[in-house]
Design a protein around this ligand. Structure first.
Ligand SMILES: Nc1ncnc2c1ncn2[C@@H]1O[C@H](COP(=O)(O)OP(=O)(O)OP(=O)(O)O)[C@@H](O)[C@H]1O
Ligand SMILES: [Mg+2]
Length: 110
């Protein structure tokens, strides 16, 4: 799970708008633990959103431009989703123009 937190928080730091806050929440209702990550900035394009966790159709904004030392492979979210599913959980994303990007992770509490 440390890898999940690191990937999602790392993405918010790296891909979100630098001047605006990142909001991390953790809540639970006795059966499910909910973790959410919210940031502002350029939204993820709708055509990329539908296959964001698919390794065969991976999307990284770094693959469009210059490849530098900090460029990503676009595999972080695939790995994150696999870990979450391995724990019996679910991950979802919402990203809207002029609004925000939110990743939500729901995990069963055993
Ligand atoms: N929190 C976020 N806010 C805005 N865009 C995001 C966010 N998380 C991911 N993205 C977009 O989705 C793409 C895919 O993310 P993913 O973590 O899979 O790959 P990456 O960060 O580019 O590279 P790496 O493999 O190093 O994680 C990113 O390149 C970015 O364009
Ligand atoms: Mg990443």
């Amino acid at each position: 799970m440390a890898q999940v937190f690191s990937n999602l928080i790392g993405n918010a730091v790296r891909h979100g708008k630098v001047q605006l806050p990142i909001k991390v929440t953790l809540s639970g209702n006795g059966t499910t633990a909910c973790f959410s990550m919210q940031n502002y900035g350029e939204p993820i394009p709708p055509n990329a959103l539908i296959s964001l966790f698919d390794p065969n159709r991976r999307f990284s904004k770094y693959s469009e431009g210059e490849q530098g030392a900090s460029s990503g492979l676009g595999l972080g979210l695939f790995i994150t989703a696999q870990i979450v599913e391995g724990h019996g959980g679910k991950i979802e994303v919402e990203s809207r123009l002029e609004k925000d990007t939110i990743f939500r992770v729901n995990l069963p509490i055993r």
